[in-house]
Ligand binder design. Structure first.
Ligand code: SF4
Length: 360
């Protein structure tokens, strides 16, 4: 993205208050790798802060600068200066996928094909010193399944206490992946509970609220925020989410809802604002006994359909969700039995740290 595109985008957002009425805002820089462009990002953030001040904008002290990074440039002077300068408003997530073996399955240098684990993990202590409550995000595909339990435990050992983890939504899972997945989660459950790790850590695979029926009227909200946020690409095009940009799609055309010069085309945005769970789900999903926590990605729904619609939910994740629910029931049954036996159930309920399912 050029400076001119970034500046015009910020001006558009701040000039069009009627379309952005929230009390606060997150300016999120997602890549590629955002810290490769730290000079540009620093200039963009300075401009945002200055404009909010000049306009006496309600976001002036009500904003976050959010980054998801591969962590490779984290220790550089430029990135560290930027973090120091913005420390009261910044949120940084370093992505570490688990053990060295698991991390290096997907995260390799382009030229050498060497895995990046060693170069990322050395920056974790600095990151945790600056953000003690930092969390990480792990995504599971078919080939990652055998490493789930050891990877979650490894991330805990690195000092990261909260892990957001989910299966990908694409249709990649093979026969018996769900069985293997359930075994991994039960193995993880045993280790967490037997070693009392549940007291200080949390892994979003285990969530008391999932695996229950959902009332079609009271619990009918869409899963994600597609269309209720604005994504901007390097050319200045607007999308309901980055998953609708051409580089994120396999088979469908990009869903562009405007650009920094012409603004948002409300007609292209309208289908997103009327989305809810039932209008895009089959009757099987609406009536499903374990529907809560069964997520979807609006971009993948669009990409996977046979017609260009966002109103057809992809259910490639179905058997994985059901396996997760079975393991989740095992986890909570085992944990509550242990707590009852030890007479500590009430204490646990008061202090529990439960990560809400967060998926994207
Ligand atoms: S995808 Fe499967 S598990 Fe999820 S709500 Fe539909 S039927 Fe239930």
């Amino acid at each position: 993205m050029t400076w001119d595109v970034a500046k015009t985008a910020i001006d558009y957002i701040l000039d069009n208050e009627q379309d952005f009425q929230e009390d606060s805002v997150i300016w999120e820089f997602i890549g590629g790798e955002p810290f490769l462009e730290i000079d540009l990002i620093d200039r963009i953030c300075d401009y945002i802060k200055l404009e909010l001040y000049k306009r006496e904008h309600r976001w002036f002290n009500n904003y976050k600068l959010a980054f998801t990074t591969n962590g490779l440039n984290y220790q550089t002077d430029k990135v560290q200066n930027f973090i120091e300068k913005n420390k009261s408003h910044i949120h940084v997530t370093i992505t570490i996928d688990g053990t060295k073996q698991k991390h290096n399955i997907n995260r390799v240098y382009k030229q050498s094909n060497k895995g990046s684990y060693d170069d990322v993990v050395k920056n974790i202590p600095l990151w945790l010193a600056q953000f003690p409550n930092a969390t990480t995000k792990v995504t599971i595909s078919s080939e990652d399944i055998p490493y789930i339990a050891e990877s979650v435990l490894h991330i805990y050992e690195l000092g990261i206490q909260t892990i957001h983890i989910n299966c990908v939504f694409e249709n990649v899972f093979k026969i018996n992946d769900d069985i293997l997945f359930e075994e991994q989660l039960m193995q993880l459950a045993d280790t967490i509970i037997d070693n009392n790790l549940y007291k200080n850590t949390s892994c979003s695979f285990f969530d008391e609220t999932i695996g229950k029926p959902l009332d079609p009227i009271k619990r009918n909200n869409n899963w994600c925020g597609a269309g209720r946020m604005l994504s901007i690409d390097a050319a200045g095009n607007f999308y309901p989410c980055t998953r609708f940009a051409q580089y994120s799609l396999r088979d469908k055309k990009a869903w562009i809802i405007g650009n920094i010069h012409d603004g948002i085309d409300k007609n292209k945005l309208r289908p997103f604002l009327t989305l809810d769970r039932c209008t895009q789900s089959t009757q099987e999903c609406i009536d499903c006994e374990v529907a809560s926590g069964c997520a979807w990605c609006q971009g993948e729904n669009y990409d996977a359909t046979d017609t260009p619609t966002i109103y057809q939910r992809s259910t490639a994740i179905c058997k994985m969700h059901k396996a997760r629910v079975r393991a989740n029931n095992y986890y909570w049954n085992k944990l509550f039995r242990k707590l009852e036996l030890e007479g500590r159930r009430e204490e646990f309920e008061r202090n529990k740290k439960n990560v809400k399912t967060e998926i994207c």
